[in-house]
Design a protein around this ligand. Structure first.
Ligand code: ADP
Ligand code: MG
Length: 611
């Protein structure tokens, strides 16, 4: 029988490779921009027409190529960036596979002009579908000017697969931003259909971000930084209140290369968990610098994925760094307690003529996360934020706001620790549809979601109980038997110490069974089973992530199971109690899941409503 195996001609092999590397015009843009960065350019200009379908041009002032290299660069596996296998573990350049230009040349009409700085003449090359049409000496600027025309001219399937010009243009902008963002010491421009879209001057990383997104970002981002022997993390993350409804402004750069990384994404997202709705996406622009030997970037043809030798470690560092930054810069909740001017003076804060809107009181020192480590019990075991000066002010302000509270304005000395409403006679709270607690405050009407408020209260209480080892249990008259599957029983055993602190006084009984001698205060038998099951479920769900914090999961689950639900009728005293305890919390305006707890209907707005 005849042998039938043949080596594919290079042009075919290149087309196949192109299928992997160049999926759309934006992929070609990415490759060309990265080549220009690798060439050490100070200035890179991208010009596109018709979403890159007609023209993609990149002009750089980098090192340029000699006439021999100018021809060589279109060969498959032709690269100046690595030469031996070991080099793969020390990659400092964007490219190294030596297949981008060969791939692009296989599926487009391409014109290259390039000159190295110490030569007078450059080289011009024209290639169409892998075949060389022209190579000649030419006059041109030092650096490289490469034009791609008629992309996919010989791959109709790909061409037809392309999306609308608007969509493809968006992809190109995105690739441009990914390269430009992390190279702020290079000047970039992007011209689309003869219109300049981006012109990015050199500057700091922050300056580059602001140049891309606009001045307003100056106020929206906070610095993040963490250096260890193994990794250096730096960049910016968005303030929680500017989290987006869609994923989008989320950028990781590993050694200057944009990458996607679901696991690390989780590390950042998680750092916001308390302060952001569950369905929101924080912005981040984070550079991770690491020894190239500790990563593998060669796992995907487009190099947008990377394997870390020690992903868990990086996760932990990143998570901690993000959390710290958020904590450092977090704003006290944006509840607008408008404060009586005399009160304000009493509190020694600079009175202004515009006292109507002291909406946000920001204490740069205030760190809501500090409570997790440095809790101090005070009154009924609630957590008191370390730097609670602002809250005292807020209580004081609030106190004064409660209508009819005409007792003498309290001074700091006689300010009770808690009990904002204690001095206020009953009858000042009313319940709306068994769901909201409403109370009149000076600026209008405060409405509190009873369930979320109570969750917040319990959450902080339980966290405090666990971290300060305060046990609170009520003994059962008749012990309860309860059993689980083997693996679930293992989890319960793992957690038994913490469960005890929460009030689950339990002993192992038989195989996978337990006897409950005592239950958390206020919990009945039926809820207890449910709660333990929820704890197991949440534990399983979260335990794979490194940021996973057992205490938080326990406290959250307890809080959601034990909280007063919507639909429950509350008496005056109960409402008052919730009100007091809520404002003794570290973060009263967010539920443990990050949802809003309260709002104030402004008097002005009410006036407008009733015309
Ligand atoms: P890689 O970037 O993986 O090396 P490419 O196919 O993108 O592979 O490029 C091949 C080679 O061509 C590069 O290694 C580099 O030596 C040269 N080259 C490509 N673009 C430029 C440029 N803009 N300036 C200077 N040299 C370039
Ligand atoms: Mg390249």
């Amino acid at each position: 029988m005849l042998s039938i195996i043949k080596q594919l001609p290079d042009s075919v092999a290149n087309q196949i490779a192109a299928g992997e590397v160049i999926q759309r015009p934006a992929s070609a843009v990415k490759e060309l921009l990265e080549n220009a960065v690798d060439a050490g350019a100070q200035e890179i200009n991208l010009i596109i027409k018709d979403a890159g379908k007609t023209l993609i041009q990149v002009v750089d002032d980098g090192c340029g190529m000699t006439s021999i290299d100018a021809r060589m660069c279109f060969e498959r596996h032709a690269t100046s960036k690595i030469s031996k296998a070991e080099d793969l573990f020390a990659i400092k350049t964007m490219g190294f596979r030596g297949e981008a230009l060969a791939s692009i040349a296989a599926i487009a009409h391409l014109e290259l002009k390039t000159r190295v700085h110490d030569e007078e003449l450059g080289t011009k090359i024209i290639i169409e579908g892998s075949s060389l049409k022209t190579q000649e000496a030419c006059q041109c600027d030092a650096g490289t000017n490469i034009m791609i025309k008629n992309l996919f001219f010989n791959v109709p399937a790909r061409r037809n697969f392309l999306k609308s010009n608007a969509a493809e243009t968006r992809h190109i902008y995105e690739e441009f931003i990914r390269v430009a963002m992390v190279n702020p010491d290079i000047e970039f421009s992007l011209t689309n259909n003869d219109k300049i879209v981006y012109k990015l001057e050199k500057g700091s990383f922050k300056f580059r971000l602001v140049s891309i997104y606009g001045k307003i970002y100056d106020q929206r981002i906070i610095h993040i930084e963490q250096k260890t022997d193994l990794v250096s993390i730096s960049g910016f993350i968005g303030k929680p209140e500017f989290a987006k409804k869609t994923r989008g402004e989320q950028y990781f750069f590993v050694n200057g290369r944009y990458i996607k990384h679901a696991y690390l994404n989780h590390a950042v997202n998680n750092a916001y968990s308390e302060l952001m709705a569950d369905d929101a996406f924080p912005s981040y622009f984070i550079k991770i610098d690491i020894d190239p030997a500790d990563i593998d970037i060669n796992i995907h043809p487009t190099k947008t994925e990377v394997n870390f030798k020690d992903a868990r470690y990086i996760y932990a560092i990143l998570h901690a760094a993000a959390k710290q930054s958020i904590g450092k810069h977090t704003l006290t909740p944006t509840i607008d307690f408008d404060v009586d001017p005399s009160m304000e003076a009493a509190l020694n804060t600079a009175p202004t003529s515009n006292v109507k809107q002291p909406e946000v009181r920001v204490n740069p020192e205030y760190n809501p996360f500090e409570q997790e480590n440095k809790t101090s019990t005070y009154k009924e075991g609630y957590i008191k934020p370390k730097s609670d000066k602002n809250w005292e002010e807020l209580y004081a302000g609030l106190k004064n706001q409660i209508e009819d509270n005409i007792t003498t304005a309290p001074t700091r000395e006689d300010q009770p620790e808690l009990a904002i409403s204690k001095k206020i006679s009953s009858g000042k709270f009313f319940q709306l549809h068994n769901k909201y607690i409403a109370t009149s405050v000076r600026s209008g009407l405060m409405i509190i979601n009873q369930q979320r408020a109570h969750e917040r209260i319990l959450y902080e209480q339980y966290l405090n109980q666990i971290s300060n080892q305060i046990k609170a249990s009520q003994q059962q008259l008749f012990p309860v038997n309860i059993s689980f599957s083997h693996s679930d029983a293992e989890i319960i055993k793992d957690l038994s110490k913490d469960l005890k602190l929460l009030g689950f006084d339990m002993e192992e009984f038989g195989q996978n069974g337990f006897v409950l001698n005592g239950l958390p205060v206020g919990m009945n038998e039926s809820i207890s089973k449910n709660t333990l099951e929820n704890i197991i479920e949440n534990y399983k769900k979260e335990s794979t992530s490194l940021s996973f914090d057992k205490n938080i999961i326990l406290a959250r689950t307890m809080a959601s199971n034990l909280s007063i639900k919507a639909g429950v009728r509350l008496g005056q005293e109960e409402m008052e109690d919730i009100f007091d305890k809520l404002f003794a919390c570290a973060i009263p305006d967010k539920s443990p899941g990050g949802k809003g707890v309260l709002t104030i209907l402004q008097l002005d707005d009410i006036d407008k409503l009733i015309k």
